[in-house]
Design a protein around this ligand. Structure first.
Ligand SMILES: Cc1ncc(COP(=O)(O)O)c(C=O)c1O
Length: 384
Protein backbone atom coordinates (compact mmCIF):
# COMPACT_ATOMS: atom_id res chain seq x y z
CA UNK A 1 0.00 0.00 0.00
CA UNK A 2 1.22 3.50 -0.79
CA UNK A 3 -0.44 6.25 1.19
CA UNK A 4 0.14 9.59 -0.54
CA UNK A 5 -2.29 11.93 1.21
CA UNK A 6 -0.09 13.38 3.94
CA UNK A 7 -1.43 16.90 3.31
CA UNK A 8 -4.87 15.53 4.20
CA UNK A 9 -3.68 13.68 7.30
CA UNK A 10 -0.30 12.09 7.88
CA UNK A 11 0.02 8.65 9.48
CA UNK A 12 1.88 8.57 12.78
CA UNK A 13 5.59 8.95 12.15
CA UNK A 14 7.82 6.08 13.31
CA UNK A 15 9.23 7.96 16.30
CA UNK A 16 5.71 8.86 17.46
CA UNK A 17 4.53 5.27 17.13
CA UNK A 18 7.48 4.04 19.15
CA UNK A 19 6.92 6.74 21.78
CA UNK A 20 3.20 5.99 22.06
CA UNK A 21 3.54 2.25 22.61
CA UNK A 22 5.70 2.91 25.65
CA UNK A 23 3.71 5.94 26.78
CA UNK A 24 0.33 4.22 26.69
CA UNK A 25 1.58 1.22 28.63
CA UNK A 26 3.60 3.10 31.20
CA UNK A 27 1.61 6.30 31.79
CA UNK A 28 1.49 8.53 33.73
CA UNK A 29 -2.05 9.78 33.30
CA UNK A 30 -3.29 12.71 35.29
CA UNK A 31 -4.65 16.21 34.95
CA UNK A 32 -1.61 18.36 34.38
CA UNK A 33 -3.35 21.32 36.01
CA UNK A 34 -3.79 19.47 39.32
CA UNK A 35 -1.48 20.43 42.15
CA UNK A 36 -0.65 16.89 43.30
CA UNK A 37 2.72 15.51 42.39
CA UNK A 38 1.44 13.47 39.46
CA UNK A 39 -0.25 16.53 38.02
CA UNK A 40 2.96 18.50 38.44
CA UNK A 41 4.91 15.77 36.68
CA UNK A 42 2.46 15.92 33.78
CA UNK A 43 2.69 19.72 33.66
CA UNK A 44 6.48 19.47 33.60
CA UNK A 45 6.21 17.06 30.66
CA UNK A 46 3.86 19.36 28.77
CA UNK A 47 6.08 22.39 29.33
CA UNK A 48 9.05 20.37 28.13
CA UNK A 49 7.11 19.80 24.88
CA UNK A 50 6.50 23.54 24.60
CA UNK A 51 10.25 24.10 24.97
CA UNK A 52 11.02 21.52 22.27
CA UNK A 53 8.57 23.14 19.86
CA UNK A 54 9.83 26.65 20.66
CA UNK A 55 13.44 25.57 20.14
CA UNK A 56 12.77 24.13 16.68
CA UNK A 57 10.43 26.87 15.51
CA UNK A 58 12.56 29.64 17.01
CA UNK A 59 9.96 31.35 19.15
CA UNK A 60 9.52 31.93 22.89
CA UNK A 61 7.69 29.30 24.93
CA UNK A 62 5.10 31.84 26.12
CA UNK A 63 4.23 32.50 22.47
CA UNK A 64 2.89 28.94 21.99
CA UNK A 65 -0.75 28.36 22.92
CA UNK A 66 -1.89 24.74 22.71
CA UNK A 67 -5.29 23.93 21.25
CA UNK A 68 -7.05 21.26 19.16
CA UNK A 69 -5.57 22.18 15.78
CA UNK A 70 -5.36 24.72 12.99
CA UNK A 71 -9.09 25.33 12.44
CA UNK A 72 -9.54 26.26 16.09
CA UNK A 73 -6.42 28.44 15.99
CA UNK A 74 -7.67 30.27 12.90
CA UNK A 75 -11.10 30.88 14.45
CA UNK A 76 -9.47 32.23 17.64
CA UNK A 77 -7.17 34.57 15.74
CA UNK A 78 -10.07 36.07 13.77
CA UNK A 79 -12.16 36.29 16.94
CA UNK A 80 -9.34 38.05 18.79
CA UNK A 81 -8.38 40.58 16.15
CA UNK A 82 -11.73 41.56 14.71
CA UNK A 83 -14.46 43.29 16.60
CA UNK A 84 -18.05 42.13 16.47
CA UNK A 85 -18.82 45.32 14.57
CA UNK A 86 -16.20 46.86 12.30
CA UNK A 87 -14.96 50.34 13.11
CA UNK A 88 -13.07 52.55 10.66
CA UNK A 89 -10.70 49.59 10.20
CA UNK A 90 -13.10 47.45 8.24
CA UNK A 91 -10.94 45.79 5.54
CA UNK A 92 -9.62 42.21 5.63
CA UNK A 93 -6.97 41.49 3.03
CA UNK A 94 -6.72 37.83 2.06
CA UNK A 95 -5.83 35.72 -0.96
CA UNK A 96 -7.92 33.60 -3.30
CA UNK A 97 -6.04 30.41 -2.41
CA UNK A 98 -6.73 30.11 1.32
CA UNK A 99 -8.01 26.98 3.03
CA UNK A 100 -11.74 26.87 3.75
CA UNK A 101 -11.05 27.38 7.49
CA UNK A 102 -9.79 30.89 6.61
CA UNK A 103 -12.33 31.48 3.85
CA UNK A 104 -15.22 30.70 6.19
CA UNK A 105 -13.85 33.00 8.89
CA UNK A 106 -13.56 35.80 6.32
CA UNK A 107 -17.17 35.15 5.28
CA UNK A 108 -18.37 35.24 8.89
CA UNK A 109 -16.80 38.67 9.41
CA UNK A 110 -18.00 39.85 6.01
CA UNK A 111 -21.51 39.10 7.27
CA UNK A 112 -20.76 41.33 10.26
CA UNK A 113 -19.85 44.22 7.95
CA UNK A 114 -16.17 43.77 7.09
CA UNK A 115 -15.09 44.19 3.49
CA UNK A 116 -12.88 41.45 2.02
CA UNK A 117 -10.19 42.35 -0.51
CA UNK A 118 -8.46 39.55 -2.39
CA UNK A 119 -4.82 39.59 -3.47
CA UNK A 120 -4.55 38.28 -7.04
CA UNK A 121 -2.74 35.01 -7.66
CA UNK A 122 -0.18 34.61 -10.41
CA UNK A 123 -0.63 31.73 -12.86
CA UNK A 124 2.11 29.73 -11.08
CA UNK A 125 0.14 29.75 -7.80
CA UNK A 126 2.17 32.43 -6.00
CA UNK A 127 0.21 35.41 -4.77
CA UNK A 128 0.91 38.68 -6.58
CA UNK A 129 3.07 40.87 -4.33
CA UNK A 130 2.63 43.88 -6.57
CA UNK A 131 -1.14 43.67 -6.30
CA UNK A 132 -0.78 43.21 -2.52
CA UNK A 133 1.19 46.44 -2.32
CA UNK A 134 -1.47 48.23 -4.36
CA UNK A 135 -4.15 47.03 -1.92
CA UNK A 136 -2.08 48.19 1.04
CA UNK A 137 -1.64 51.61 -0.53
CA UNK A 138 -5.30 51.90 -1.48
CA UNK A 139 -6.74 50.95 1.92
CA UNK A 140 -3.78 51.93 4.17
CA UNK A 141 -5.21 52.72 7.61
CA UNK A 142 -8.55 50.99 7.01
CA UNK A 143 -7.03 47.48 7.19
CA UNK A 144 -7.94 45.37 10.23
CA UNK A 145 -6.20 42.12 9.27
CA UNK A 146 -4.01 40.56 6.58
CA UNK A 147 -4.39 36.81 6.24
CA UNK A 148 -2.38 34.86 3.73
CA UNK A 149 -0.96 31.32 3.86
CA UNK A 150 2.64 30.05 3.84
CA UNK A 151 2.20 26.96 1.64
CA UNK A 152 -0.85 25.90 -0.29
CA UNK A 153 -2.46 22.63 0.73
CA UNK A 154 -3.43 21.67 -2.84
CA UNK A 155 -0.45 22.70 -4.95
CA UNK A 156 2.27 22.91 -2.31
CA UNK A 157 3.26 26.32 -3.70
CA UNK A 158 5.22 28.30 -1.12
CA UNK A 159 4.12 31.89 -0.66
CA UNK A 160 6.25 35.00 -0.02
CA UNK A 161 5.06 35.27 3.58
CA UNK A 162 8.15 37.12 4.82
CA UNK A 163 7.60 39.92 2.30
CA UNK A 164 3.86 40.02 3.07
CA UNK A 165 4.67 40.26 6.78
CA UNK A 166 7.31 42.94 6.35
CA UNK A 167 4.86 45.22 4.54
CA UNK A 168 2.15 44.42 7.11
CA UNK A 169 4.57 45.40 9.88
CA UNK A 170 5.52 48.66 8.15
CA UNK A 171 1.82 49.48 7.99
CA UNK A 172 1.15 48.31 11.56
CA UNK A 173 -1.46 45.77 10.46
CA UNK A 174 -1.63 42.33 12.15
CA UNK A 175 -0.58 39.51 9.85
CA UNK A 176 -1.97 36.01 10.31
CA UNK A 177 -0.22 33.41 8.18
CA UNK A 178 -1.81 29.97 7.83
CA UNK A 179 1.27 27.80 8.32
CA UNK A 180 -0.65 24.51 8.64
CA UNK A 181 1.06 22.96 5.61
CA UNK A 182 4.40 24.60 6.28
CA UNK A 183 5.40 23.96 9.89
CA UNK A 184 6.92 20.52 10.29
CA UNK A 185 7.19 20.02 6.53
CA UNK A 186 9.96 22.46 5.86
CA UNK A 187 12.12 24.65 8.06
CA UNK A 188 10.32 27.48 9.79
CA UNK A 189 11.77 30.27 11.91
CA UNK A 190 9.00 32.24 13.60
CA UNK A 191 11.31 34.95 14.88
CA UNK A 192 12.48 35.78 11.36
CA UNK A 193 9.13 35.24 9.64
CA UNK A 194 7.53 38.69 10.11
CA UNK A 195 4.38 36.77 11.07
CA UNK A 196 2.24 37.88 14.00
CA UNK A 197 0.18 34.68 14.27
CA UNK A 198 0.93 31.20 12.93
CA UNK A 199 -0.89 27.87 13.42
CA UNK A 200 -0.13 24.14 13.40
CA UNK A 201 -2.15 20.91 13.39
CA UNK A 202 -0.66 17.77 14.93
CA UNK A 203 -2.01 15.35 12.34
CA UNK A 204 -0.31 17.15 9.46
CA UNK A 205 3.11 16.40 10.94
CA UNK A 206 2.78 12.74 11.92
CA UNK A 207 1.53 13.26 15.49
CA UNK A 208 -1.77 12.08 16.99
CA UNK A 209 -4.78 13.93 15.60
CA UNK A 210 -6.58 16.44 17.84
CA UNK A 211 -3.83 18.78 19.03
CA UNK A 212 -2.24 21.91 17.64
CA UNK A 213 -1.10 25.36 18.58
CA UNK A 214 -1.03 29.04 17.76
CA UNK A 215 2.26 30.91 17.82
CA UNK A 216 1.53 34.53 18.69
CA UNK A 217 4.15 37.27 18.60
CA UNK A 218 2.17 39.07 21.28
CA UNK A 219 -0.17 36.58 23.02
CA UNK A 220 -1.75 39.37 25.07
CA UNK A 221 -3.67 40.36 21.93
CA UNK A 222 -5.45 37.00 21.91
CA UNK A 223 -8.87 36.46 23.48
CA UNK A 224 -10.03 32.99 24.56
CA UNK A 225 -12.48 31.34 22.21
CA UNK A 226 -13.05 28.49 24.65
CA UNK A 227 -13.57 29.43 28.27
CA UNK A 228 -12.64 27.12 31.10
CA UNK A 229 -10.26 26.63 33.97
CA UNK A 230 -7.69 29.22 32.97
CA UNK A 231 -5.48 26.81 31.03
CA UNK A 232 -2.90 28.23 28.60
CA UNK A 233 -2.69 31.40 30.70
CA UNK A 234 -6.39 31.94 30.27
CA UNK A 235 -6.14 31.93 26.46
CA UNK A 236 -7.63 28.50 25.84
CA UNK A 237 -9.88 26.84 28.37
CA UNK A 238 -10.15 23.07 28.63
CA UNK A 239 -7.70 20.42 29.81
CA UNK A 240 -4.88 20.27 27.31
CA UNK A 241 -4.57 17.17 25.13
CA UNK A 242 -1.33 16.18 26.76
CA UNK A 243 -0.67 12.98 24.83
CA UNK A 244 -1.40 14.77 21.57
CA UNK A 245 0.97 17.55 22.63
CA UNK A 246 3.70 15.08 23.57
CA UNK A 247 3.41 13.42 20.16
CA UNK A 248 3.66 16.84 18.45
CA UNK A 249 6.96 17.46 20.21
CA UNK A 250 8.20 13.99 19.22
CA UNK A 251 7.11 14.49 15.59
CA UNK A 252 8.72 17.94 15.40
CA UNK A 253 11.94 16.64 16.92
CA UNK A 254 11.89 13.79 14.41
CA UNK A 255 11.40 16.20 11.49
CA UNK A 256 14.27 18.45 12.55
CA UNK A 257 16.55 15.47 13.21
CA UNK A 258 15.93 14.23 9.68
CA UNK A 259 15.47 17.46 7.78
CA UNK A 260 18.52 16.85 5.59
CA UNK A 261 16.36 14.24 3.80
CA UNK A 262 14.31 17.09 2.30
CA UNK A 263 16.80 17.48 -0.57
CA UNK A 264 16.50 13.88 -1.62
CA UNK A 265 12.69 14.06 -1.23
CA UNK A 266 12.59 17.10 -3.49
CA UNK A 267 14.83 15.45 -6.08
CA UNK A 268 12.69 12.30 -6.14
CA UNK A 269 9.56 14.40 -6.70
CA UNK A 270 11.16 16.45 -9.47
CA UNK A 271 12.48 13.30 -11.19
CA UNK A 272 8.99 11.78 -11.03
CA UNK A 273 7.40 14.89 -12.52
CA UNK A 274 10.04 15.00 -15.26
CA UNK A 275 9.50 11.34 -16.23
CA UNK A 276 5.71 11.76 -16.37
CA UNK A 277 6.08 14.92 -18.50
CA UNK A 278 8.41 13.07 -20.89
CA UNK A 279 5.91 10.22 -21.26
CA UNK A 280 2.88 12.52 -21.48
CA UNK A 281 3.87 16.00 -22.72
CA UNK A 282 0.27 17.17 -22.33
CA UNK A 283 0.39 16.65 -18.57
CA UNK A 284 0.30 19.80 -16.40
CA UNK A 285 1.95 20.19 -13.00
CA UNK A 286 0.28 22.82 -10.83
CA UNK A 287 2.72 25.50 -9.73
CA UNK A 288 5.44 24.14 -12.01
CA UNK A 289 8.47 26.41 -11.70
CA UNK A 290 7.27 28.10 -8.49
CA UNK A 291 8.88 27.30 -5.12
CA UNK A 292 6.98 24.30 -3.76
CA UNK A 293 7.01 22.00 -0.76
CA UNK A 294 9.38 19.12 -1.42
CA UNK A 295 6.61 16.73 -0.46
CA UNK A 296 3.69 17.79 -2.68
CA UNK A 297 2.84 17.46 -6.35
CA UNK A 298 -0.44 18.12 -8.10
CA UNK A 299 -0.75 16.79 -11.59
CA UNK A 300 -3.38 16.59 -14.34
CA UNK A 301 -3.84 15.00 -17.73
CA UNK A 302 -6.22 17.35 -19.56
CA UNK A 303 -9.59 15.79 -20.19
CA UNK A 304 -9.10 12.83 -17.88
CA UNK A 305 -11.18 13.06 -14.75
CA UNK A 306 -9.10 13.21 -11.54
CA UNK A 307 -11.50 10.91 -9.73
CA UNK A 308 -11.13 8.28 -12.43
CA UNK A 309 -7.35 8.45 -12.01
CA UNK A 310 -7.73 8.28 -8.25
CA UNK A 311 -9.88 5.15 -8.52
CA UNK A 312 -7.42 3.53 -10.95
CA UNK A 313 -4.57 4.22 -8.53
CA UNK A 314 -6.60 2.95 -5.60
CA UNK A 315 -7.13 -0.34 -7.44
CA UNK A 316 -3.32 -0.61 -7.26
CA UNK A 317 -3.42 0.22 -3.53
CA UNK A 318 -2.13 3.76 -4.03
CA UNK A 319 -4.05 6.44 -2.14
CA UNK A 320 -4.05 9.98 -3.54
CA UNK A 321 -6.68 12.72 -3.58
CA UNK A 322 -8.22 15.11 -6.08
CA UNK A 323 -8.87 18.72 -5.21
CA UNK A 324 -12.12 19.15 -7.04
CA UNK A 325 -15.20 19.99 -5.07
CA UNK A 326 -17.73 17.51 -6.36
CA UNK A 327 -21.44 17.75 -5.98
CA UNK A 328 -23.96 15.58 -7.76
CA UNK A 329 -21.11 14.07 -9.68
CA UNK A 330 -20.43 17.43 -11.28
CA UNK A 331 -16.73 17.85 -10.81
CA UNK A 332 -15.55 21.42 -10.54
CA UNK A 333 -12.17 23.04 -10.72
CA UNK A 334 -11.20 24.02 -7.18
CA UNK A 335 -11.26 27.63 -5.97
CA UNK A 336 -7.47 27.54 -5.62
CA UNK A 337 -6.91 26.38 -9.19
CA UNK A 338 -9.45 28.88 -10.51
CA UNK A 339 -7.47 31.65 -8.78
CA UNK A 340 -4.46 30.39 -10.78
CA UNK A 341 -6.59 30.63 -13.96
CA UNK A 342 -6.35 26.88 -14.56
CA UNK A 343 -8.99 25.87 -17.10
CA UNK A 344 -11.58 23.17 -16.38
CA UNK A 345 -9.95 20.74 -18.79
CA UNK A 346 -6.99 20.59 -16.44
CA UNK A 347 -8.67 21.62 -13.19
CA UNK A 348 -11.07 18.68 -13.18
CA UNK A 349 -8.23 16.31 -13.89
CA UNK A 350 -5.91 16.95 -11.00
CA UNK A 351 -4.69 14.46 -8.45
CA UNK A 352 -2.57 15.44 -5.45
CA UNK A 353 0.29 13.25 -4.27
CA UNK A 354 1.64 14.27 -0.88
CA UNK A 355 4.20 12.67 1.41
CA UNK A 356 6.54 13.63 4.24
CA UNK A 357 10.23 12.82 4.60
CA UNK A 358 9.40 9.18 3.76
CA UNK A 359 9.13 9.97 0.03
CA UNK A 360 11.80 8.33 -2.10
CA UNK A 361 12.45 7.30 -5.67
CA UNK A 362 11.11 3.80 -5.14
CA UNK A 363 7.71 5.08 -4.00
CA UNK A 364 7.54 7.57 -6.86
CA UNK A 365 8.59 4.88 -9.38
CA UNK A 366 5.65 2.72 -8.28
CA UNK A 367 3.28 5.68 -8.62
CA UNK A 368 4.77 6.51 -12.00
CA UNK A 369 4.06 2.98 -13.26
CA UNK A 370 0.48 3.01 -11.96
CA UNK A 371 -0.15 6.52 -13.27
CA UNK A 372 1.24 5.60 -16.70
CA UNK A 373 -1.16 2.67 -16.88
CA UNK A 374 -4.05 4.83 -15.67
CA UNK A 375 -3.41 7.60 -18.21
CA UNK A 376 -2.91 5.12 -21.08
CA UNK A 377 -6.17 3.41 -20.20
CA UNK A 378 -8.25 6.50 -19.48
CA UNK A 379 -7.13 8.64 -22.39
CA UNK A 380 -8.92 6.22 -24.70
CA UNK A 381 -12.17 7.17 -23.00
CA UNK A 382 -11.63 10.83 -22.16
CA UNK A 383 -14.22 11.76 -19.59
CA UNK A 384 -15.18 15.24 -20.69
C1 LIG B 1 -3.73 25.17 4.81
C2 LIG B 1 -4.63 24.55 5.83
N1 LIG B 1 -5.15 25.33 6.79
C3 LIG B 1 -5.97 24.84 7.73
C4 LIG B 1 -6.31 23.51 7.75
C5 LIG B 1 -7.23 23.01 8.83
O1 LIG B 1 -6.56 22.04 9.59
P1 LIG B 1 -7.35 21.11 10.62
O2 LIG B 1 -8.40 20.39 9.81
O3 LIG B 1 -6.31 20.18 11.15
O4 LIG B 1 -7.93 21.98 11.66
C6 LIG B 1 -5.81 22.66 6.75
C7 LIG B 1 -6.20 21.25 6.69
O5 LIG B 1 -6.17 20.62 5.67
C8 LIG B 1 -4.93 23.20 5.78
O6 LIG B 1 -4.41 22.44 4.82
Amino acid sequence: MIYADYNGSAPLCDDVREYLVKRINEGPYSNQNAIHSLGKKMMFGMEKCRRTLAKHLNCQTHQIIFNSGASEGIAQIFFSLLDERPSEKNIIITSGIEHSAVVQCCQRYQNKGYQIEYINTLDNGVIDLQHYQELIKKFSNQIALITSMAANNETGVIQPYQEIGKIAQENKVPFFCDTTQFIGKTEFNFDQSNIDYAVCSSHKIGALIGAGFIIAKDPTRLKPLILGGGQEKGLRGGTQNYIGIETMAVAMESFYNNKEKLNQVNESRLAFEQKIKEKFPEVAIMGDGAPRLATTTMIAYPGIHGQAVQIELESQNIFVTTSSACSDNKPETSRVLKAMKINDDIGRGVIRISFCLNANQELYDKIEDALTNAYNKLKKIQSY
